[in-house]
Design a protein around this ligand. Structure first.
Ligand SMILES: Cc1ncc(COP(=O)(O)O)c(C=O)c1O
Length: 395
């Protein structure tokens, strides 16, 4: 009997034998029964270059033998320094504040925005604005910025109130920051956000936070999705694919003018009052550096664009299917919304056919590793078509 308690899982109905992954290689995961399945959800949007990529494995091993960990509280290390520089260069930002999971990067962004306005002499700016259907993580602050009832309604007594974004209403003087998921709201079932929704945010005084935790690192065809929406963020949160999907590492990136407001004498107490034990862990940073290099060495963005094109053609062929309710795509983030409560059973049937994905309600996700071959993309959609044919016959 296992002692594990899994996230977002009803343990009474969980069969440990059915889903236990023991090995990963490239796009494939091997389960405890010796079956290899295609990781069609990139282990919840984290895996970029495939599992156990030798280049990242080697970087992790080398770093683990050199400097495993050293705190970033009042100290630095060359690996975190180099990663901060590379990340800022690709995101067009100036400073990187490291944490571990995505939600921790969002918590840092919330507190940065609040303290920024205090330091800048506008302490009345305390309100946060978010999109409808938003999801930013499961910690209290990130949950407060979210707008999906099933994730947050039980915890209303500890979350703070946030305001839904309305493009037709000017932002109030009390708004500290607007947080956005650029292009696509993944946890809402790959819900697409029309680009016009962001139009009104140009030139506003409130800070703009782009949550790139799901969309960053090539998922939507560009390194970051905000590049496609014409918004210049003040803060960018990254996580998930930052290490290529190998280690927990996230970062909150900011521009110089925001950072400067935190500078002063030590006893002025304007420095950022926030931090975590494993911030900027050198092993995780080494993994991230190797992952960023692989983008250049393996042409990852071009491969992502190729996967997106091939997937779009498959998606179109599903459009007229009677069991398909809606189809959504932002690059390599695809949601196939089915009718008749077919989500979870279809995901199970896909597993039996050799493809691992999860359903969000009735939305089957296809978020493939960015090293997937044409044949793997084709095979996923062929299996999905077969699953739908069988569902139609049974239904
Ligand atoms: C847009 C977005 N923000 C934040 C998070 C939270 O990241 P993590 O699960 O690493 O805490 C997620 C997770 O799915 C996400 O999709």
């Amino acid at each position: 009997m296992s002692h594990l308690w899994l996230p977002f899982t009803q343990m009474r109905h969980f069969d440990e034998q059915a889903r236990s992954f023991v090995r990963g290689r490239g796009t494939m995961l091997e389960d405890a029964r010796g079956r290899s399945v295609y990781d069609a959800v990139s282990s919840i949007w984290t895996t970029i270059h495939g599992h156990c990529h030798p280049r990242i494995v080697e970087a992790i091993a080398r770093q683990a033998a050199t400097l495993d960990h050293a705190t970033l509280l009042g100290a630095t290390n060359p690996v975190a320094e180099e990663l901060a520089e590379r990340l800022c260069a690709i995101a067009g930002m100036d400073r990187a504040f490291f944490a571990s999971d995505g939600a921790s990067a969002v918590e840092a962004a919330i507190k940065m925005a609040l303290q920024y306005w205090q330091n800048a002499g506008q302490p009345h700016r305390t309100r946060f604005v978010r999109l409808s259907g938003a999801y930013h993580g499961d910690t209290i602050g990130a949950m407060s910025l979210s707008d999906i009832a099933v994730f947050k309604s039980r915890f209303g007594s500890v979350t703070f109130e946030t305001q839904g974004y309305d493009a037709t209403v000017p932002l109030g003087e009390d708004v500290a920051a607007v947080i956005l998921e650029p292009l696509v709201q993944a946890a809402a079932g790959m819900r697409l956000v029309p680009k016009e929704a962001y139009e009104r945010l140009k030139g506003v005084e409130a800070l703009i936070v782009c949550d790139e935790i799901a969309t960053g690192f090539g998922r939507t065809g560009t390194m970051f999705a905000f590049e496609q929406i014409g918004v210049s963020p003040d803060i960018v949160c990254v996580g998930k694919g930052l290490t290529g999907g190998t280690m927990a590492l996230s970062a909150t990136l900011v521009g110089q003018s925001l950072y400067d407001v935190f500078l002063g004498a030590p006893d002025a107490f304007v420095h950022f009052f926030h931090g975590h034990s494993y911030a900027g862990n050198p092993i995780a940073c080494a993994a991230a550096l190797a992952s960023l290099s692989l983008f250049e060495e393996e042409g990852t963005l071009e491969r992502a664009q190729g996967i997106a094109r091939r997937s779009r053609a498959h998606l179109e062929s599903l459009r007229a299917h009677p069991l398909v309710h809606d189809l959504r795509q932002a690059g390599t983030m695809l949601g196939i919304e089915l009718r008749k409560n077919l989500g979870p059973s279809s995901a199970d049937a896909l597993y039996d056919a050799g493809h691992f994905t999860r359903a969000i309600g009735d939305v089957i996700q296809f978020v493939p590793p960015l090293c997937s071959s044409d044949e793997e993309v084709d095979a996923f959609f062929e299996s999905l078509s077969t699953v739908l044919v069988l569902s139609a016959v049974e239904g």
